[in-house]
Structure formats: C-alpha cells, structure tokens
Design a protein around this ligand. Structure first.
Ligand SMILES: [Zn+2]
Length: 344
C-alpha cells in the first residue's frame, strides 16, 4: 500500500499553522491558517470544496488538528476561502465568522437564477464581451467554479473589533477592492498580518468590476493599501504562496502597479472611444479564453471608473453599450501616492 503523503501543514510562528490545500480550478493551491486556542484551533479561511482538500482535512482532523475547531473565520466569499466553511461547521460545530456583505455576494456569484444569468450576460455584452463568450462564462465557469455552500447564518465581524485568539490579540480590518469587505487580521504584538487575498506577494490581487459585488473597487483597494502601509509588519501570512516579510513595501509596489496601469489605459484609449473589452485588449492583448476576456473587462472597468472620477475619461451609454472617451483637456498623467488624496 502507498504511504499517505505528509500533510501540508507547517508551523509558521509558535502556535500558528499554515495548511496548504489543493484547489481544482485557476490557481493550484490556497493557504489557510490555524491559531491555537486552549479548546482547539481557530481557523482563518477554509479551502476550496474539492475531493483532495476534503481528504486532507479529514486526515488533519483525525491527526494534528484532533483538538477540533473553535471558530471559522472567512476572509471573503471566493470559493477557495469560503468553500469548506459549511462542511467544516457541520463536522466540528465551530461558529462561522464572516461579513454579511460577503455572505450576500457569495449567494450571487454563481448566478443561480435565469434572471441573474440574463443580467450577467447583458452586463458583459454591454461592456464588449462577445455574446458567445458571455454565455460560456455565465453558463460554465461562474456556475461551476464560483458556486459553494453558503452558510445560512454567520457571526459578524466589525472593523476595529479586537479578537483574542489563544494567547494573541488581533485587530479586525475590513478592506475593500478585491472583494466587497475582506477581513484581514492584524496582531500588533507579533507584527503579523493575515491577508487573505488582499495583499499577495507574487500575484497582483484581482481588482475588477463584476455584475455583482463591489461597484467601484479601485479607490477602495487603494485605501486598503494606505491602511496596510501604516502598520508595523514583519510577517505577512497570505492566501497564496509563501509567508513573506515586506508587507508595507508590497503595498507601495501595488500602488505603483495600479498607477502604471492607469497610465496605460489612458495612453491606449482612442479618441473615437472604446468599450471596456476593446480597451482591455489594447492593454492586455486579445484574450481567446472567455474567462480571460471577462477578467480583462472587469479590471479595465475598475481603472476606467477611477479615471472618470478623476476627470480623465467620460462615458456614453446607449441602450446596448457603454463606450469610454478620453477627456482631452485632462492634461497630466494620473499619479497615485500612499499619502494624501489619491485622485486629483
Ligand atoms: Zn479572492
């Protein structure tokens, strides 16, 4: 018989474990974290609901995590974070703590009704996604990948709330942009930040406008980076890839990334106007995969809304389409800083 592979569970700081679980769509893994309490383990994020992740969880709960779970904190509604919350709650009885807005969006992301599907397809087509691509995204990836069991009830978490977890004290941060109200936990004494997807080192967190959820994400994401940049951080515990240390530097790096992106969108926006997908393709290149076309549309819209609010672009609506035009008198290029007003 084959030896079972070692559990991908390691102590990253005393009493704090990182559990790296497989994900069966998009990215191949997610890190979730466990913090020791006297009665068991407090969990931060749960993993995606796939066979391989469930099998690892079962082994962990019979082995090193046999003390059980005390609480299940879910950073945001994306299925690699929320996916196993209900299943783990049913197995362990642990309470789920999550923002109510995230719970609501979790119920919308997989477009459960025919009306939702029609609305989503209309939204994508209005912004230039080809109808067959929109059909494929809505009928395929949104329903298969974004669907996960949504808790019927959650205990809310408030910004600024203090959570005592085992011997550590964490401050609850509620940060927008990547998701409508993502929870990050900051432990000032440890100089530690549990980020979910808000601040990743090797990936730029996805900031987009979708048919549901966050409606103007870039200013809120930049605000969140501003908040993070004020913290004293030595350990960043992210949802993807390794633990890292330069959290504040990364926040600055992400601001620079979005400034560069804003300038690119400005530079490529033709005087005759473009829809979001055309502009996205002009910046990112044409996307043959329908999902990538959808992601390009969402990211482009997020940047266009920032540019419009700051006076660089304007839009015109017809019954079927939204087109964007440069404001020629706008002058200088967009500049973002981490202090003061980020728009003009
Ligand atoms: Zn996410």
């Amino acid at each position: 018989m084959e030896e079972p592979v070692e559990l991908p569970l390691k102590e990253v700081l005393p009493g704090i474990l990182m559990f790296t679980l497989p994900v069966d769509y998009g990215i191949d893994h997610v890190n979730i974290y466990l913090i020791r309490e006297s009665e068991g383990w407090c969990l931060f994020d749960t993993g995606a609901d796939c066979e391989a992740a469930r099998a690892l969880w079962l082994r962990a709960l019979e082995g090193p995590l046999a003390a059980g779970l005390t609480r299940i904190i879910v950073s945001h509604h994306h299925p690699d974070h929320l996916g196993l919350a209900v299943w783990l709650h049913e197995r362990t009885g642990a309470t789920i703590l999550m923002r109510e807005e995230e719970r609501t969006v979790a119920g919308q992301t997989h477009v459960p009704s025919a009306d939702d599907r029609a609305y989503c397809i209309d939204f994508m087509c209005r912004h230039g996604v080809a109808p067959e691509d929109a059909q494929q995204v809505v009928g395929g990836v949104l329903q298969s990948n974004m669907a996960c069991a949504v808790p019927a009830r959650v205990e809310p978490l408030e910004a600024g709330q203090t959570l005592r977890i085992g011997e550590h004290v964490f401050e609850v941060l509620v940060l927008g942009g990547h998701s409508i109200a993502q929870i990050c936990l900051y432990a000032p004494k440890l100089k530690l930040l549990l980020t979910g997807d808000q601040l990743l080192e090797r990936i730029t967190p996805n900031i987009g406008v979708w048919p549901y959820g966050e409606t103007d994400p870039l200013p809120r994401y930049l605000d969140s980076l501003r908040t993070i940049a004020t913290l004293d951080i030595e350990h960043v515990l992210p949802a993807h890839h390794d633990v890292y240390h330069a959290g504040v530097k990364r926040a600055h790096g992400l601001v620079a990334h979005h400034q560069k992106a804003l300038r690119k969108f400005m530079a490529r926006l033709g005087a005759g106007g473009m829809n979001a997908t055309e502009l996205g393709y002009a910046v990112y290149g044409a996307q043959s995969d329908p999902l990538h076309a959808y992601l390009a549309m969402g990211e482009t819209l997020a940047h266009l809304l920032w540019l419009e609010r700051s006076g660089y672009v304007r839009h015109e609506e017809t019954p079927a389409a939204t087109r964007w035009y440069p404001v020629t008198a706008a002058g200088e290029e967009p500049t973002l800083t981490l202090s003061g007003d980020m728009s003009r």
